[in-house]
Each structure stands twice: as structure tokens, then as C-alpha cells.
Design a protein around this ligand. Structure first.
Ligand code: ADP
Ligand code: MG
Length: 325
């Protein structure tokens, strides 16, 4: 690999887009100044063979996705992405070309969202590990907290669910299905609509979570943080028409428990629902009402799903990393 100094020179942006940036790459730390917004930060770590493998992702896709999932988190907080930092552990087996490709992926999605790379760290090690920290701005009081759900709110999701899992299965098992490209792209390059989130800032209070660990898991997080009961209608959970070529028991499982769709689930007061629908239309995305936050003092913090007139408790079975033994 080239030395660390030349490497940093190759990834450094020649100009920065964000006007609040004072010092980017090249000192002991980056500096930005913002007086008008709250600042949202988030971080995610990707470990080769745990979070991605060369069987399913190119270096470009790895870079792209590492930043995409952070942008998705910022959006779920109601924030506009602005900056990111990248800490990378590079094994000897990685070539300069592969590194360049990875940073191409990062720069590509960053420039779509006018984000600036303002720092990071580079070390060598046994395994490829990438940690991306992302920073965004949200004017007060529009940060979207999962603890803000209120009785009577509608529950909604954007897009369709289970598609990213279908894409992963296609790649892992070399499945021959129709519209392969659609599913594979959903897995590799999650689509995030920042403008949709920005334009929802006429609504004072709403809850947003991004769907990274499956709808069932995200709904339970909202129910628990808000101390409310969530009731959803199974038949309303949106599926893409292409996914119906897979076995029914598969996509019925994926829609609740498969991760990585990076769609949004949220709750909003009934009076604000029309605004959400209109805003979605303007940005060419779909929103679907799937249920309601209800008053059930015995069951605070639970999620129920109605299917064929039966009420079923929807537990968290989303993908979890086991910590320790
Ligand atoms: P220091 O020794 O002060 O930590 P470094 O030599 O690690 O400085 O980094 C020099 C500059 O390059 C810093 O601005 C740092 O944030 C940036 N940087 C280092 N590695 C990366 C990386 N992998 N991606 C982006 N910026 C990086
Ligand atoms: Mg350093």
C-alpha cells in the first residue's frame, strides 16, 4: 500500500461544499461552526465477513453502503447530512485500486448529498474494518425522536419491505429470478430521500426510525421508548409486486424480520397525515398507513399485529449481534 500521507492526499477533497466548515482534513481535528441548528451525530462500523463479503459487494458498494446507512440514521433523526469521517483498518491484502474504489463509493454517495469528508484515521490490521461517523443539522424543534409517539397517531412506512433481503439471497445463492437488478440494488445501494425529510419540517412532532433491523424490531423500539401500544394491520404492510415470485412464507417473514431496507417507519398525528402523503407524492416516494398508536394501559410498550381478525403480538426478532458469550 502507498504510505499514509499520500493516501490521505488522494482521498482529500480539493474543495468543500458546506459553508459552515472552517477546517477540513489536514490538522489535528476538523472545525465547523453552526449557530442555527441542532447537531446530530451517528456512527456505524463494518467488519469484513460480518457485515459484507466480497461475494456480494464490490469495494465500491462497501464504501457506498457504509455512508448510506449513516445518512439513513441522520434522516431518521430528521437531520440534513453535512459531514462525515472515516476510520479504516486496512489489511495487507487490500490493493491501492481496491482502496480507491472504496473511496469512490464513499465520495459518490457523499456528493449526492453535498456531504464533505472532514477527517478520519488510517491504520493497518488483520481485517478490513470501516467506521463511518456522520454529522447532520436539524433546526430545533424538528429532531424526530422515537419516544414521541402519541395515542391516536397513524403509523406509516415508506417504500416496500423485504426487497434488500431478497437481493442478498439472490447474491448468496445465485438465484435466477426476474428483476434481479432491482433486488440486488436494494441490497447494495439503499435509496435515501433527504429532501422528503426536510420538507416534512412543517410538521411539529413526528416519530421516525429507519428500518435497519426489520420492521418488527423498529416498531418495538418506538413502542418501548414512547411507552405506548402499537397496532398494525398485517395486510397493509407494503410489498413490492416483484417480490411475490418468491415463496410466500419467505417474503411474509422478510417484511417483519429482514433488515437493511433502510425505509422509514414513523408515527404522525392524524391531522398531519395529508401533509405526509402530499410531501411523499412531491418526492416520488410511497407512504403507506399500516396502523395506529392505541390506548391500552395494560400493554404499554408492546406491538400487536392484526391478521385474519386475530391479534398477534409482534416480538422483536430482528437481527442482533451477540455480545460476549
Ligand atoms: P493525526 O496524527 O493528527 O491524527 P493523521 O495523520 O492521522 O493526523 O491524519 C491527518 C489528517 O488526515 C487528519 O485531518 C485526519 O482527520 C485525516 N485522515 C486520516 N486518515 C483518514 C481517512 N482514512 N479518511 C479521511 N481522512 C483521514
Ligand atoms: Mg490520526
Amino acid at each position: 500500500m502507498m504510505d499514509e500521507f499520500s493516501f490521505i492526499e488522494t482521498i482529500k477533497q480539493s474543495t468543500y461544499k458546506q459553508s459552515t466548515l472552517i477546517k477540513g482534513i489536514g490538522d489535528d481535528g476538523a472545525v465547523f461552526r453552526n449557530r442555527s441548528s441542532d447537531i446530530v451525530t451517528c456512527v456505524d462500523t463494518f467488519v469484513e465477513s460480518v457485515h459484507f463479503s466480497s461475494k456480494t459487494m464490490s469495494f465500491f458498494h462497501v464504501g457506498y453502503k457504509c455512508l448510506a446507512v449513516n445518512i439513513s440514521d441522520l434522516c431518521a433523526m430528521g437531520a440534513t447530512p453535512t459531514f462525515y469521517l472515516v476510520s479504516i483498518v486496512i489489511p495487507k491484502s487490500v490493493t491501492n485500486e481496491e482502496l480507491t474504489e472504496l473511496y469512490d463509493g464513499l465520495h459518490t454517495i457523499a456528493s449526492n448529498f453535498r456531504m464533505d469528508l472532514i477527517g478520519g484515521d488510517t491504520v493497518s490490521g488483520e481485517q478490513l474494518i470501516i467506521t463511518v461517523t456522520a454529522i447532520g443539522y436539524v433546526p430545533a424543534p424538528y429532531a424526530r425522536y422515537r419516544s414521541d409517539a402519541k395515542v391516536g397517531d397513524y403509523i406509516f412506512v415508506t417504500g416496500t419491505l423485504g426487497d434488500a433481503q431478497a437481493g442478498l439471497e439472490i447474491l448468496l445463492h445465485n438465484l435466477d429470478v426476474d428483476h434481479k437488478e432491482y433486488f440486488v440494488t436494494r441490497h447494495r445501494m439503499p435509496k435515501i430521500n433527504v429532501d422528503f425529510i426536510k420538507n416534512l419540517r412543517t410538521i411539529k412532532r413526528m416519530v421516525l426510525n429507519d428500518i435497519s433491523d426489520g420492521l418488527a424490531n423498529e416498531l418495538n423500539e418506538i413502542a418501548e421508548s414512547s411507552c405506548k401500544t402499537l397496532l398494525i394491520e398485517d395486510a397493509k404492510v407494503p410489498l413490492h409486486r416483484y417480490i411475490k415470485q418468491f415463496p410466500k412464507e419467505k417474503y411474509e417473514e422478510w417484511k417483519y424480520y429482514a433488515g437493511e431496507d433502510f425505509e422509514l417507519v414513523g408515527t404522525v398525528a392524524k391531522k398531519d397525515w395529508d401533509t405526509v402523503v402530499q410531501c411523499a407524492e412531491e418526492h416520488d416516494i410511497t407512504v403507506t398507513k399500516i396502523g395506529e398508536v392505541i390506548d391500552d394501559p395494560r400493554e404499554h410498550g408492546s406491538v400487536f399485529m392484526r391478521k385474519n381478525n386475530e391479534l398477534i403480538r409482534l416480538d422483536k426478532k430482528g437481527y442482533r449481534h451477540q455480545i460476549g458469550k
